[in-house]
Design a protein around this ligand. Structure first.
Ligand SMILES: [Zn+2]
Ligand SMILES: [Zn+2]
Length: 283
């Protein structure tokens, strides 16, 4: 059955995310390796790397991913932003490499006005430049998005295009966010709509490139193109939609992390994971 977990804070130390994922009983972890609202975080110290590795070693079997900073927009038409984004993402890939984190999830960014085609072409060129410069073992997972405003990546065709045009397709996988695809118009609520959405993904991108999931319900309706995460079962997707995904044999070795709101006591994560595990067949 899938590795169910959550995004956890690295407040007071990267390695402390492992304490938090233990607290909620998770088997998969997503983190920010840095303050994701700053362009230039300070480099990792040897002590930070060592503490992280020790915590990691104590959590054998846990699948770990990083989520890139929201500031990064590799599709930007502005030269200065493009350059800052490349620099920041090269650093992110190097940090993940140092921490032996196998995946970094990132958004394809925004075309900021001149259309998806131009934006995607700029994204691929900047991503290739980044992957080449970083020389990291970490795989980039392009996340499916809700398609808010001028955001790229809300159609499976766009994600497929990125992999097809890149010089490094073997270094690029995909992260599927349930809230985002639903807001983008891919229904997963009934068995037949779920099958159709995943068949579409398979036809255009290939399910073998789907490496990681974000499990979030959606505050907004199907095709709303608005990205608002809701607790599992409490939003417009509803609990049944999640049952199709977590019981899908094809994803039994995949990581699925929550990105739902929570307080310091993490009780919401515990409850959301309890609901998801309740969908799994007994035993
Ligand atoms: Zn994301
Ligand atoms: Zn997400």
């Amino acid at each position: 059955m899938p590795y169910l977990g959550a995004h956890e804070s690295v407040s007071q130390g990267l390695h402390l995310a492992f304490d938090r994922i233990d607290q909620v009983g998770g088997e998969a972890l997503q983190i920010f390796t840095r303050n994701q609202r700053q362009w230039n975080p300070k480099p990792l110290s040897p002590a930070e790397i060592e503490q992280f590795q020790a915590a990691r070693a104590a959590h054998e079997g846990m699948i770990v991913a990083s989520h890139a900073s929201y500031l990064v927009n590799l599709a930007s038409s502005r030269q200065d932003l493009r350059q800052k984004s490349i620099t920041a993402f090269v650093e992110e890939l190097r940090r993940c490499h140092q921490l032996a984190i196998p995946f970094v999830v990132m958004h394809p960014g925004s075309h900021t006005g001149d259309g998806a085609e131009a934006g995607l072409a700029r994204f691929v060129s900047a991503l290739d430049e980044t992957i080449e410069a970083a020389d990291s073992r970490t795989m980039v997972l392009v996340e499916t998005t809700a398609g808010q405003g001028t955001g790229l990546g809300s159609r499976f065709e766009e994600i497929a295009w990125i992999r097809q045009r890149s010089r490094f397709p073997e270094k690029i996988g995909v992260c599927l966010d349930t809230c985002h695809i639903f807001a983008a118009g891919y229904d997963i609520r009934s068995p037949s709509s779920y099958r159709a959405a995943l068949a579409e993904f398979d036809r255009l991108i290939g399910l073998e490139h789907l490496r990681f999931f974000h499990l979030n319900d959606s505050k907004k309706g199907l095709g709303s193109r608005v990205d608002r995460h809701e607790h599992i079962g409490a939003g417009c997707i509803g609990i049944e939609g999640f049952s199709h995904l977590v019981t899908d044999e094809r994803f039994k070795n995949h990581a699925m992390t929550l990105e739902t709101p929570k307080g310091e006591d993490l009780l919401e994560d515990i409850e959301n994971l309890r609901l998801l595990r309740g969908l799994l067949p007994a035993g």
